[in-house]
Ligand binder design. Structure first.
Ligand code: MTE
Ligand code: LUZ
Ligand code: MOS
Length: 760
């Protein structure tokens, strides 16, 4: 089964928010945002903007009828600035005009006078001044402080990890339609319709049921619309509320890049201790997260950094510290991996540094320390059915790691100005929202009398294939063809209180809810049919390929007859299913629990070739063994693995966020922010799935796939580093990501740095 949207996307027929026909008299909104990163607003002059052609009105904080507050975890974020601004791009006023162009022209006429205050962009500086969001957290296992004495080798180091722009193709947008009785319908490009509903109700001072949010699909989210669609949707709702007109707000790409938060940059300190054999005995790490100017989801992202700080390794003595540091950047937010990638980058750096010091191959230390059944994570969860060694060994064997190693050595012996490097990257990623209460989902299923089926869930299609997965799951649950299933838009009036589509858990949660709803309907149908057919044991009835079977015998009834007869006999053909992941919990006082339903494992092998005179490199190959359990749809999942990998490779290599000291985002367009393209991806890209594996916690044995593959990308950093060390064995290279060609060049030619910098 192909991705259901494949043809529509390719032909340009799939509809997004601004493809819907425009209601007559719809207004267009444009946002005026702060030009400075920190300051007191002295005056805001809207007069000239109001007088512009086509302008209906200009709204500011004083026009908000309810509460001027949209903070999801902590109430620290205003919808429109009042007295102070805290980052460049913070919304201050909203212009409403008859056309998009008129709205944007008027925005340029708004004048604001700001008394500037000191700007902080560095998380360590924020931490030192006590500017942290939420409490600092520490996870611990064993006793690190005494463990150092048993270590043969102890190394210290520091990492600087860059952030990442989401670059969803469809920028942030929303269309608001006023209905009767004060009700607003919002067509929002959001991963979290309920977050939008709640925040809009709060801002307008109305009940949740006055706000209806409807989402057909997103042109990508990647975490950037888990929380950050809310502000733009609330502004649109406010505009429709104040004018009584339909309103659309679409962020231009440039503004989207400047105003929205990104993956969090982190700064980290590590210390790692090993015995002579390379067994890791102790690991101590401190993470300073650059949260930006408001909490957004930062404390939750930080928590996942702590959860994944030991990646796929068992370490008996650990201390993991983390703090969300408040700076004057746009509030950073969810991005595929949700803090996990940063945690993993640091432990991989620590292992690399230890390996270099011990003169051992890095992969030898990695392999020796992989998780096994019976191990415990620093957060207390016990492990079983671990697939870390299995995926690693399968990758090492099927991709012939020994041969890669030999070939690399031979190549490097034969070449001076060009070097090769390789690296293995194991992953272990926990599946479930770490905020336990979010692990719930609902589905509303209707069977019509012609046998066709309508499924609504709380899950959002953002390109990842949710709709394709849900259709297949529903078809399987009923025993009927996928052609009979239609997955509806996601709407808060059909499924209430949904969790965001995030944490890779959307198919798991909403798939289970769909199975439960379908189960109720088939149960009723079977009871009814057993009665009609005079069978005493309804449990012998099954629906297979649209036929009703009694054990192995055909009953002569097919799906169509079953549904039609049931309807005429007044059997309810609709059901609501509800799923809550069993067995997950976490105690934040003790920092222990069982936060994840299960973990996803895998291993990737990378080879790169480096031009040591230019600093440029090519990724020759990426070869992956990944654990999907029993996939719902292999084609969709291959797309997720390859797409996640591309995004991870970009984060580690090309994608460099650049802010100046005044908090202005410099790499604010696609001319200055480079993402991987088809040519950048390795020619030799192989993805293999573990065979004959199950997952009792997933729908029909599947494992979640959305985020984990991004973290394979970390491997390429270490492959490039290995190639650099082949050129300069004794140089003291940093652990600063991304490894841009500029950084490679400066790393390779440290002595010539001064000259190079002036020339560049
Ligand atoms: N794939 C596409 N094509 N577009 C996206 O926006 N988001 C990623 C991942 N894959 C995304 C994607 C992120 S951040 C997550 S959490 C998951 O998809 C969400 O969907 P899932 O829970 O169904 O895996
Ligand atoms: N969002 C969230 C997430 O709210 N909680 C999580 O644990 C999570 N994990 C990954 C991505 N988004
Ligand atoms: Mo994904 S970061 O959970 O939206």
């Amino acid at each position: 089964m192909k991705h259901i949207d494949a043809a529509g996307h390719t032909r340009g027929e799939s509809q997004y928010v601004d493809d819907m026909p425009q209601p007559v008299g719809m207004l267009h909104a444009a946002v005026f945002t702060s030009p400075v990163a920190h300051g007191r607003i002295i005056s805001l002059n809207l007069e000239e903007a109001v007088r512009c052609d086509g302008v209906i009105t200009v709204l500011s904080a004083k026009d908000i009828p309810g509460e001027n507050q949209i903070g999801a975890l902590i109430p620290d974020e205003l919808l429109l600035a009042e007295h102070e601004v805290h980052f460049v791009g913070e919304p201050v006023a909203l212009v409403l005009a008859k056309s998009y162009e008129q709205a944007h022209r008027a925005v340029a006429k708004i004048q604001v006078e700001i008394d500037e205050l000191p700007v902080v962009t560095d998380p360590r500086q924020a931490f030192e001044s006590g500017a942290i969001i939420g409490p600092a957290r520490t996870f611990a296992l064993g006793d690190v402080d005494t463990a150092w004495q048993e270590c043969a080798v102890v190394v210290d180091g520091q990492c600087e990890i860059g952030g990442q722009e989401h670059l969803y193709l469809e920028t942030q947008r929303c269309r608001a339609i006023p209905l009767e009785d004060g009700v607003l319908r919002l067509y929002s490009s959001t991963q979290s319709p309920y977050a939008v509903q709640k925040a809009a109700a709060r801002v307008l001072g109305v009940a949740h049921h006055k706000i209806e949010v409807d989402v057909k699909r997103l042109g990508g989210g990647f975490g950037g619309k888990e929380d950050q669609a809310t502000a733009w949707s609330c502004l649109t709702a406010l505009a429709a509320h104040c004018t009584g007109k339909a309103v659309e707000l679409v962020l231009p790409r440039h503004q989207d890049m400047i105003c929205t938060g990104k993956r969090h940059p982190y700064s980290a300190d590590f210390r790692i201790g090993l015995n002579q054999a390379g067994k890791i005995l102790a690991y101590d790490v401190k993470h300073y997260q650059n949260a930006g100017a408001a909490a957004d989801l930062s404390p939750a992202v930080l928590e996942r950094t702590l959860f994944h700080s030991t990646n796929a390794y068992f370490i008996p003595n650990v201390r993991i510290f983390g703090a969300s540091c408040r700076t004057n950047l746009p509030p950073n937010t969810a991005f595929r991996g949700f803090g996990g990638p940063q945690g993993m980058f640091v432990i991989e750096s620590a292992i690399a540094k230890a390996a270099e010091k011990m003169n051992k191959p890095r992969e030898q230390i990695q392999r020796l320390n992989l998780l096994r059944d019976g191990d415990t994570f620093p957060y207390g969860q016990h492990l079983d059915d671990v697939r870390a060694e299995r995926t690693w060994d399968e990758a090492a064997q099927s991709f012939d790691l020994n041969k890669i190693k030999q070939a690399t050595k031979t190549y490097n012996d034969d070449h001076f100005e060009s070097k090769k490097g390789y690296a293995v990257m194991p992953i272990c990623f926990g599946i479930s929202f770490t905020a336990t209460f979010l692990n719930q989902a609902g589905a509303l299923v209707h069977v019509y009398t012609d046998g066709s089926v309508s499924v609504s869930t709380g899950g959002i299609e953002m390109g990842q294939g949710l709709v394709t997965n849900i259709a297949r799951i529903a078809a399987r649950a009923f025993g009927i063809s996928e052609k009979r299933i239609k997955v509806e838009s996601t709407n808060t009036t059909r499924v209430a209180n949904m969790s965001p589509s995030a944490a890779s858990a959307t198919t798991d949660l909403n798939g289970h809810a769909t199975i439960l709803a379908a189960g109720q309907i088939t149960d009723r149908l079977k009871s009814f049919a057993a009665n009609e057919l005079g069978l005493t044991d309804k449990s012998r009835l099954t629906i297979v390929h649209e036929k009703l079977l009694d054990g192995n015998r055909e009953t002569g009834w097919d799906w169509q007859k079953l549904v039609q007869t049931a309807y005429l006999n007044r059997i309810d053909l609709s059901a609501h299913g509800f799923y809550a992941t069993p067995g997950v919990w976490f105690d934040k006082q003790k920092e222990k629990g069982n936060p994840f339903a299960y973990h996803v494992y895998g291993a990737a092998v990378f080879e790169v070739t480096l031009d040591c005179l230019r600093g440029t490199y090519e990724i020759d190959s990426a070869k992956i063994v990944h654990d999907l359990g029993r996939p719902i749809n292999k084609l969709v999942d291959i797309g997720q693995v390859e797409g996640g990998l591309a995004q991870g490779l970009g984060w580690m290599t090309l994608e460099e966020l650049s802010f100046d000291e005044q908090g202005r985002f410099l790499s604010n367009s696609l001319a200055s922010y480079k993402v991987p393209d088809a040519y950048f991806m390795p020619d030799d890209l192989q993805v293999k799935f573990l065979q004959n594996v199950d997952n009792p916690a997933g729908p029909y044995g599947a494992k979640a796939v959305g985020e984990p593959p991004l973290m394979y990308g970390i491997g390429v950093f270490f492959a490039i580093r290995a190639a650099m060390r082949a050129f300069r064995p004794d140089s003291d290279l940093t652990f600063d990501a991304p490894m841009t060609p500029e950084r490679v060049l400066l790393g390779l030619h440290e002595q010539e740095r001064e000259v190079l910098v002036t020339k560049i």
